[in-house]
Every structure is written in C-alpha cells, then in structure tokens.
Design a protein around this ligand. Structure first.
Ligand SMILES: Cc1cc2nc3c(=O)[nH]c(=O)nc-3n(C[C@H](O)[C@H](O)[C@H](O)COP(=O)(O)OP(=O)(O)OC[C@H]3O[C@@H](n4cnc5c(N)ncnc54)[C@H](O)[C@@H]3O)c2cc1C
Length: 252
C-alpha cells in the first residue's frame, strides 16, 4: 500500500535533547505553520520504501512558538520509535499538516482550577498548555502539574516547571519518582502518580466543584487515577484523559 504523503510535510529536526537511552525530545521547524490548540497532537512519520510509518504524538510546544517540539519514549523492537530514535539533527521526518485531538484546557465549565497528572512523555500536552498560558500572560486559571517517572532525569521539563513555580502564583509543579533507590540524590516526592494523587488534591483543596482533572500517558495510571478521582466525587465531565497506548492484554 502506498501512503498518502499529501497530508504530510517534510520537517527538519533542528535540535534534539537526550535525557536517557530511551527518552528524548526534538524540535522541528516546519516550512508552513502547524495550526493547533494546546493539548492536541500531530502525526509523525518515517518513510520506509514507499510506506510512511506514522503515529500520533502530543505537541509539547505552544502554538506561539515557531518551532514544534515533541517528547518520545523508545519502545524497543516496535514499529516507529526505533526509527525516530535514529534520526539526528539535520535529518527529516514527516509531520501531518493538521493537528488532531480534543484534549484541551477546560475553558467551558467555569472551573478555574486544573489538576494535571502525567507519566513521563504524558507531560507533553500539559507543557503546551502551561507555556501558552504563561506566554499569553493569562492569570485567570490556576494549574497544578503532577509528573511521575521512575527516576528524576526522566522528568524532562523539571527545570522549566520549577522555575515557573518559583515565580508564579498560578502554577505549581509536583514531580514524583517511583525508584528512589536508583536515584540517591532525589529529595522530592516518592511514589507513582496514582499513589500520591489523592494526597496532593486534598493538600491543595482541589475539589470537584472547582477543579477539572486531566490524566495523560500510561494506560494503567489513567485507569487507577480515574477510579481515585471518581471516588473523590469527580464526575465524567470533570475528568479529561489522553491514553497513549492500549496494553497488550486488552488488545488481544
Ligand atoms: C493522542 C496520542 C498522543 C501520543 N503522544 C505521545 C508522545 O507525546 N510521546 C510518545 O512517546 N508517545 C506518544 N503516543 C504513543 C505513540 O503514538 C506510539 O504509540 C508510541 O510511540 C509507540 O509507537 P511504536 O510504533 O514505536 O510502537 P508500536 O509498534 O505502535 O507498539 C508496540 C507495542 O508497544 C506498546 N506501547 C506503545 N507505546 C508504549 C510505551 N510508551 N510504553 C510501553 N509500551 C508501549 C503498544 O501498545 C504495542 O503493544 C501518543 C499516542 C496517542 C494516541
């Protein structure tokens, strides 16, 4: 089957940051602007013969930036990420001309407090939302970001989000790691996202009447966190989620 390249643009990788052997970010500079809302994804592809192997990736950057940023996790032996991982600065991949998805900041319900929970690369759409609010100088919403990883160096946007926390009343970053025994200098929160979620909701007085909760990344974190939120009184319309993949046992 020949892929339809009309919906894609070739884009050059202009920078790359490797955080761990299986985690990295890139920035691309498209020749025509990608229109998107913070929280949406673009489809990225790598050419193999006449075929384009393509998958969706949340956009990290804000629509107000010229470059478009992505954050990847390598899935060994899989379809696309090993090919993306081999791509160096100056090389080209394919990016959809249009963004997709409905995952976005809740500006409709009237709730002004937003609690984000993400595993590793699941932070991507939240960075886009946070950067956009910061760049627009918006102060009408308050955001909390709970970001979980195994070890601290996997928390890709830790420095950026800690700086924003220290200078903003409206933003708070809560990083947590689940393998502190592999990260002896870590002084922050310990546990998986779902282990510490309720504690941070309660400590910040984030109740379902005033707060929208967002879950993104690992499917098991999302399923468990959703049950915790529901037990805390959050209804369907106060929970938004973006599941990155379907676990094998469910897809069989
Ligand atoms: C809306 C949306 C946004 C996404 N945004 C991102 C993003 O910002 N960054 C990112 O890295 N990925 C993101 N993903 C996941 C991405 O689309 C791919 O599924 C992922 O990169 C794996 O692709 P692959 O071709 O290498 O693996 P595949 O060949 O598609 O999958 C191989 C196997 O690995 C499983 N799998 C897929 N991803 C993972 C994972 N991370 N850990 C463990 N097992 C996995 C699959 O279920 C499958 O069983 C997003 C997915 C969706 C739906």
């Amino acid at each position: 089957m020949v892929s339809n390249y009309d919906n894609f643009l070739p884009v050059e990788i202009v920078s790359r940051r490797d955080l761990a052997p299986d985690l990295w970010t890139i920035r691309v500079h498209p020749s025509e602007p990608l229109r998107f809302k913070p929280g949406q994804y673009a489809t990225l592809g790598v050419r193999e013969g006449v075929e384009l192997i393509e998958r969706p990736y949340s956009i990290v950057s804000s629509p107000l930036e010229d470059e478009v940023e992505f954050f990847f996790e390598l899935v060994p032996g899989s379809g696309l990420t090993p090919k993306l991982h081999r791509k160096k600065v100056g090389e080209t991949l394919w990016m959809s001309r249009e963004a997709g998805g409905l995952f976005a900041l809740d500006e409709e319900s009237g709730r002004k407090r937003h609690f984000f929970a993400a595993t590793v690369t699941g932070i991507a759409p939240f960075i886009s939302m946070v950067r956009s609010l910061a760049l627009e100088g918006r102060r009408d919403h308050s955001l909390w970001v709970l970001h979980g990883a195994s070890r601290s160096w996997e928390l890709a946007y830790c420095d950026e989000l800690e700086k924003l926390t220290s200078r903003s009343e409206w933003f708070r970053y809560i990083p947590t790691i689940s393998r502190p025994h592999e990260d002896s200098t870590w002084k922050g929160e310990v546990g998986r996202v779902e282990d510490v979620l309720r504690k941070h909701l309660d400590a910040n007085g984030l109740d379902p009447a005033t707060t929208t909760a967002y879950l993104c990344g690992h499917p098991e974190m999302i399923a468990t966190s959703r049950r915790i939120l529901e037990r805390g009184g959050f209804r369907n319309d106060a929970i938004r989620q973006e599941v990155y993949w379907v676990p094998d046992e469910e897809s069989e």
